[in-house]
Every structure is written in structure tokens, then in C-alpha cells.
Design a protein around this ligand. Structure first.
Ligand code: SF4
Length: 686
């Protein structure tokens, strides 16, 4: 507790939870963050949600922070405190031994999407210059990699096309597909609710009843995994009604004839059967969307996290292209990115096929440019996606792994196979704030630094690069993440001078055309910049594809509906979806250390339909055993009508019953994203 006159300072920074990128002040007293106050940021306009307001500082001062390097004693299996020299020498020498013995491709390193751009840039630079591989990735692989791949293929740029303010304040209609922003991106959710209160129409396409579906003009409560069929049905009706924008199609797109041919078979009646929706509702939704002047599509993981996720994303852009709703105000195709800096992690080149700025590893000219900038010969081969690294570790092909701030045991599908992979590694290093479930499998743990203790930038979901500023000093012998990475690089034989965060951003700008004009100095002078921002005098680009698509002409990419990889059967008769809830963020590493949030919801639960519950003799609040072909957990039943009969939904935040013991690691063929949104389970009374 504190009195206003006891405060030492207020530091303007960016929320560390979701991709909305809300601006707030950290209120500091005696080198401790004691409160958070909202600021008037471009995407939050003085609004904050419960996670930003209450869940953004307890974890910074938590007693269980890792504060010094730890090395696992091979004999006892216990972690022991080590000096920095001991730990860094061990890490560098082990990785270089593995490289010498098994080659560069036996190493991999993942960057943390919750960290600043500058840290992420250095991680991928270390992997490429020191490990000598492109086996680098970030957690976008398991959330929006399908957006990056899909929108790059159709439009030329894999990012949200329009700013948050534009798609909530300008539209006549919002089409929201597989997105529950009031829980996952609450400040965007609040602005959508305000838009509806002002008279904006709303179409919700989601297998669950969510709070915004109660406000919707139409709720298409479709069967999980049928997005492509739904979008094809919408396009069928638009073409049948003659509502397509032929001028836009002829001047700015290619591939129209192919899509017209494919969607011919997706009559509302057929789509109604596939998606379990009323054909008349589909018809009404298509006509409403086509006739609205300004109508953005907003989508999220309900579209991407499928074995056909990339085709789902391309289907979103197919719909918008058909009616010319791209490259202008209040429209567009808008994936709302998950983690605070997952957009930045992709922008910074933490991916196996792209250098910073989505410049292709396989392009010899691009590679030559980076070889010149970084002064080393670079590996010409695309690397493994993170979802491929774990199977490769099980096969013994990947032997050494460095993870910066990720907890795949909690977040990745099919937990057993992640544990098997980690146990099979010769050497595993993690850089982390806490002793997470994944950290327990490491050989070395290096202490990580929180957003409240360091400089840098996060790039939010609308491509806006925003400052992160230190509010409190580092404790004891803790060191900045970039200093640790740079020390490792030097020990592995790459001469990397120590740099400040601002200097690293200058290097990023020098090799990344879309960030070419971005610097800490400009941001600190009050400029608000959305990439592409190619030059120092460029004002940034709020709306993409105005007048011309990033790839020249946009491409219609037709896709047939393909059912999910694992469908219910007699043994496992219920579909399970996973998702996020308002009070927690992903692994709960941060929000789980805020007592108030844990009091509201601190344990696992599974939503099931009352008809299924009745048939199984299960009542609301009963303990249940939930199992799939991959594992079994216990949870608590929430019985009601939110999900349809034969379907269920579970959050994945809680260790007492983590849904990822059950989920299926079936991968999308383009982005290698796993199918979190559909797996087959059975539920029994415990
Ligand atoms: Fe933080 Fe997202 Fe909440 Fe904004 S909406 S306060 S960015 S968690």
C-alpha cells in the first residue's frame, strides 16, 4: 500500500500480456512497481483490462524469480547455483561440441514472443551466426503462423491490415470469426461492444456462445473445424446474388475464376449440413457482409489453430477480396495477434524461413545481404519449425536446444511428446523468469529479465512499434537478456560487440526495410509508427494495401473443405476445443502470481453441453475424468449451453488439468500449426 505522495515515479510503457498493446504507467515506490495506471495509447484510449490493471506487476517482484544461473547436477538431478562464467562457458562449449560432432542442424533456438524486438533479434542472430542453422522459431508457430503464411500468400503481407481504432470506430458491420476478444483481447472487445452500442452490425462466427454473440445480429454457431466450408458458403451466396465487386476483382486481384468454380458446390444447404448451421442464417450473413460499406473481418485462433489453418486464413481474405473490402478505412482482414510481441517476434526473423522483415532465407541476394551485414557465411537451407523440432529431438536429429522464455510443456499440444523430446536432448538451456514446468528439464537455467526491468520495443497486433521502458532496477547479479546472449555469442566465436537496446534497433532498421525508419529516438519524441516505415521521415502505414497489394495483385486462393484430423467416434465421442479466459494469460507464469486473479479462477474446468452431461450423469461442478488417445486429466464440469451437443471447451492455463495433455499435434501443411481446436475426447464422472 502507498500514498500518492510516496510514489517515486510513473513510467510509461506497454502491457506485457496480449497483442492489443495497451499503454500504461507503472507506478514505482522504493524500486518496486506498486500499481498500474492507464495511459491514452492509440489502441487502448485510456482503457485497460483486468490482466493489464492487476496482473502486470506482482510477478516482477515474485519471491520465486530465478535470480542467478543454475546448472543441473547430473548425479542428484538437483539444480545448483553457478557463477555467470561457469554457466556461460558450459552453455557455449556444449553447443559448439554438439555442432562439431553432429553438425549445425542438430541445434535449435526459440525466441520469446513476450520479449522486446531487440532481444528477439539477437536470439535469431545468435542461432544463425553461431549455431549455423535456421532452426529458430517463436510461439507464433502455435497461434498465428497460419496468418503469417496465409495472408502473405494471398495479399503479400502476413499482418493485420487495419488499425484497432479504424476497425472499431469506422465500420457499419463487423464480421468476427473464431475470435473471443472480450476474453483474449479485452480492450479490443470493449471497443467492439461500444461499436455495437453505436449501431454497428455484428456477425459472430464461433462454435461457442460468447458474450458478444448475445449482442450479435447473427450468430453462426458452427461446428469446430468447418471454417473453410463456411467461407465458401458465404462466397457462394455473394456470387449467386451478384454482390461481388467486379471492378475491384478485375483491377486488383487474380484467380477469381478458380474460386468461382470451387464455391459453386458450397450451397447454403450443403454448408448448413457440414457446419451444423441454418442455411438461411448463412445466406443473411453473406448478404449483410457484402452490402455493408465498411466491414472488417476480425479473426483469431478459431481460424488458425487447425490442420487446415492456413486455408482458413486464406478463406478470410478470399471473402474480403470478393467484395473489395481491402485497402480502405473500416475494412480489411484482421488477425488479432496473441502475445504482446508475437507480431514483433515474426517481424524480427524468429522463424525458420525468414530473416528479419520476412526476407527469405532461400533468396541468395537476401542471404548475401545478411552475410555482409553480419560478417559470416549463413546456412542457405530453411530450418525446422518449432513443432518439427520436438519430433526431430525424439528421433535424435536435434540434440541441443536453447529456449528463451517459452514453456512448451504447458503450451504445446500432446504434452507427452514434448516431455519425451526434452528428455531425449543431449543439452537443453532455458532463459526464464521462473522455474517453469519446461525449465525443470533443462541442463542450465539462465535468469531472464521482465518487461519492467528493461528497455526495448514491442510491436502490437496492428503493427505499431511501441516503447518498453525500465521502471525498476535489476536485482543482485541479474543481467540484461541481450547482454547474456551477446556474451554467449562471443564465447561461441562470433565477435559481437555489446550494444544498447537503441543501438540494436538501429541495426534492425539497417537490415529490415519495413523497420527502416524506426528508432527509439523517434518513438521517444512521441511519434507513433506502424510498419512499413521504410525511411527516417516516413510517417508509418496505418492501413495496408491502399491502391496496391504488397504482392502487386492479390490472389484468390481457393480451398476445398477438409475435415479435421481427428473426428469423434464411438470411443472418443466428443470434440474438444481449447482457448483462453479473461483472467489469465497462456501459461499463467505472470497472471498466476497475482493472488486476486487466482482467487477468481485458479483451477481447470471443462465446458460441456447439458444434453451430453445428462446422458453421462454429470452435474455442473462435478469432478470429471477427461481422456483422449494421448492422455488423461481430471477437471471440473461446467454444464450449460455455451457449447453444442457433442462439443466441449477447455482453457489450457491450469496445471491441475492442462488440456494439452489431450490435444492433437496434427499439423497444417503450410504453417505447421497444430490443431488445438479439434480433438476427440471422452468425459466420465471421476
Ligand atoms: Fe494488456 Fe491486452 Fe488487457 Fe490491454 S487488453 S491491458 S494489452 S492484456
Amino acid at each position: 500500500s502507498f500514498r500518492p505522495w510516496q510514489i517515486d515515479k510513473k513510467v510509461l510503457t506497454t502491457c506485457p500480456h496480449c497483442g492489443t498493446g495497451c499503454q500504461f504507467y507503472l507506478v514505482v515506490k522504493d524500486n518496486k512497481v506498486v500499481d498500474v495506471e492507464p495511459a491514452n495509447g492509440p489502441s487502448n484510449k485510456n482503457l485497460l483490462c483486468v490482466k493489464g490493471r492487476s496482473g502486470s506487476f506482482d510477478f516482477v517482484h515474485s519471491a520465486d524469480r530465478v535470480k542467478y544461473p543454475l546448472i543441473k547436477n547430473k548425479e542428484t538431478g538437483e539444480f545448483e547455483r553457478a557463477s555467470w562464467d561457469e554457466a556461460l562457458d558450459l552453455v557455449a562449449s556444449k553447443f559448439m561440441e554438439i555442432k562439431k560432432q553432429y553438425g549445425s542442424e542438430s541445434l535449435a533456438g526459440f525466441a520469446c514472443s513476450r520479449s522486446p524486438n531487440e532481444d528477439i533479434y539477437m536470439v535469431q542472430k545468435m542461432v544463425r551466426t553461431c549455431f549455423g542453422t535456421n532452426n529458430t522459431d517463436n510461439c507464433a508457430r502455435v497461434c498465428h503462423s497460419a496468418s503469417v503464411a496465409g495472408l502473405a500468400m494471398t495479399l503479400g503481407s502476413g499482418a493485420m491490415t487495419n488499425p484497432v481504432a479504424d476497425i472499431t470506430q469506422k465500420p457499419d458491420l463487423i464480421m468476427m470469426v473464431g475470435s473471443n476478444p472480450e476474453e483474449a483481447h479485452p480492450v479490443i472487445g470493449m471497443q467492439i461492444r461500444q461499436a455495437v452500442q453505436r449501431g454497428c452490425k455484428l456477425i459472430v462466427v464461433d462454435p461457442r456462445d460468447i458474450d458478444l454473440s448475445k449482442k450479435a445480429d447473427i450468430h453462426l454457431k458452427l461446428r469446430p473445424g468447418t471454417n473453410v466450408a463456411f467461407a465458401n458458403g458465404i462466397m457462394h451466396v455473394i456470387i449467386e446474388e451478384g454482390l461481388q465487386d467486379m471492378k475491384f476483382i478485375e483491377e486488383r486481384t487474380e484467380g477469381y475464376e478458380k474460386i468461382k468454380e470451387i464455391v459453386k458446390d458450397y450451397t447454403p444447404e450443403r454448408v448448413g449440413e457440414i457446419c451444423h448451421i441454418d442455411p438461411e442464417d448463412l445466406r443473411r450473413a453473406a448478404i449483410m457482409y457484402a452490402k455493408a460499406d465498411k466491414a472488417p473481418i476480425i479473426y483469431c485462433l478459431g481460424v488458425t489453430e487447425h490442420s487446415t489453418g492456413t486455408e482458413g486464413v486464406m478463406s478470410m481474405s478470399n471473402m474480403a477480396l470478393l467484395v473489395g473490402k481491402l485497402g480502405r478505412e473500416g475494412c480489411g482482414v484482421n488477425p488479432i495477434r496473441g502475445q504482446n510481441n508475437v507480431q514483433g517476434a515474426c517481424d524480427m526473423g524468429a522463424g525458420p524461413k525468414d530473416y528479419p522483415g520476412y526476407q527469405k532465407v532461400e533468396n541468395p541476394e537476401v542471404r548475401e545481404k545478411f552475410e555482409k551485414a553480419w560478417g559470416v557465411k549463413l546456412n542457405p537451407n530453411n530450418g525446422l519449425h518449432s513443432t518439427e523440432v520436438f519430433p526431430a529431438a525424439i528421433e535424435g536429429k536435434v540434440k541441443g536446444l536453447y529456449i528463451y522464455g517459452e514453456d512448451p510443456i504447458v503450451t504445446d499440444p500432446d504434452t507427452h511428446h514434448i516431455i519425451k523430446a526434452l528428455e531425449n536432448l543431449d543439452f537443453f538451456v532455458i532463459q526464464e523468469l521462473f522455474m517453469t514446468e519446461t525449465a525443470q528439464y533443462a541442463d542450465v537455467i539462465l535468469p531472464g529479465v521482465s518487461y519492467a526491468e528493461k528497455e526495448g520495443t514491442f510491436t502490437n497486433t496492428e503493427r505499431r512499434v511501441q516503447r518498453v521502458r525500465p521502471a525498476v532496477k535489476l536485482d543482485g547479479e541479474m543481467r540484461l537478456d541481450t547482454d547474456i546472449i551477446i556474451d554467449l555469442m562471443n564465447r561461441m566465436g562470433y565477435a559481437q560487440p555489446h550494444m544498447t537496446s537503441a543501438e540494436i534497433m538501429d541495426e534492425i532498421a539497417s537490415v529490415t526495410p519495413s523497420y527502416g525508419g524506426i528508432s527509439h529516438a523517434r518513438l521517444d519524441a512521441g511519434e507513433s509508427l506502424q510498419w512499413p516505415c521504410p525511411t527516417k521521415d516516413h510517417p508509418g502505414t496505418p492501413i495496408l494495401h491502399v491502391g496496391k497489394f504488397s504482392r502487386g495483385l492479390a490472389m484468390f486462393y481457393p480451398a476445398e473443405y477438409v475435415p479435421s484430423a481427428e473426428l469423434p467416434d464411438e470411443e472418443y465421442p466428443i470434440i474438444m476445443m481449447t482457448g483462453r479466459m479473461l483472467y489469465h494469460y497462456t501459461t499463467r507464469a505472470m497472471t498466476g502470481r497475482t493472488p486476486g486473479l487466482m482467487e477468481i479462477q485458479g483451477t481447470s474446468y471443462i465446458e460441456m453441453n447439458y444434453k451430453d452431461a445428462d446422458a453421462l450423469g454429470i452435474k455442473n461442478g462435478d469432478k470429471v475424468k477427461v481422456s483422449s488417445r494421448r492422455g488423461q486429466i481430471e477437471s471440473t464440469a461446467r454444464v450449460g449451453r455455451k457449447v453444442s451437443q457433442g462439443e466441449s471447451w477447455m482453457p489450457f492455463h491450469f496445471p491441475d488439468g492442462n488440456a494439452n495433455w489431450l490435444t492433437n499435434a496434427a499439423l497444417d501443411k503450410y504453417a505447421r500449426i497444430p490443431e488445438y481446436k479439434v480433438c476427440a475426447i471422452k468425459i466420465e464422472k471421476a
